[in-house]
Design a protein around this ligand. Structure first.
Ligand code: ZN
Length: 187
């Protein structure tokens, strides 16, 4: 395990544990950000180890469907289902340059945080909600994975910025993506 990975994710003991426990890994990478759930700011975590590529996207539900809290009307429920369907189709979300990566698993999770209610005067909701999508790929040529382009803002026009953190076995970085800059260079 490289030193850079240890430094980058200090809470992780070994990289194999991330892969064994994806939720724990992304909990450290993403949910520290949830304290400061800011509308207009999504988070993206990318980890490439050997042939396994993990990607997690976490967004305020506001940025995806325009409301938060439990969906009440049919229109709200339908828009959440549409968003989930969009997120489950990888060609809507990510483009890889190199790497020969094939999807193995996609998980889309909707979470409502009732414990962290705070005033949000510009909105009527009393609960913050996030939607997360976790993608797992197997890349047969991981050393050739050069770039990942993130298409989310083409799908969800309310999204403003995406703070992306990435780590591979020999490099790491972070970049804030927006509508004009949507490609992450992993090399
Ligand atoms: Zn919110």
């Amino acid at each position: 395990m490289s030193e850079s990975i240890v430094l980058y994710f200090p809470r992780m003991k070994t990289f194999c544990c991330i892969l064994a426990n994806i939720s724990l890994f992304f909990a450290s990478a993403v949910y520290s950000a949830q304290d400061a759930h800011v509308h207009g700011l999504s988070h993206l975590a990318i980890a490439l180890e050997k042939q396994t590529l993990l990607v997690e996207i976490s967004s305020p539900l506001m940025d995806i469907v325009g409301f938060e809290g439990e969906p009440r009307t049919k229109v709200q429920k339908d828009s959440i289902e549409r968003a989930k369907t969009t997120l489950r189709k990888i060609s809507n979300v990510l483009i890889f340059k190199g790497g020969s990566c094939l999807e193995k698993n996609i998980d889309v999770i909707l979470g409502h945080d009732h414990s962290n209610e705070h005033s949000h005067s510009e909105h009527d909701h009393d609960t913050h909600s996030e939607i997360s999508a976790v993608y797992k790929f197997k890349c047969s040529e991981p050393e050739k994975l050069q770039e990942i382009t993130v298409l989310l803002q083409n799908q969800f026009s309310r999204m403003e910025k995406i703070k992306a953190q990435w780590v591979t076995s020999d490099a790491q970085g972070q970049i804030t993506l927006d509508k004009n800059k949507n490609t992450i260079n992993l090399r």
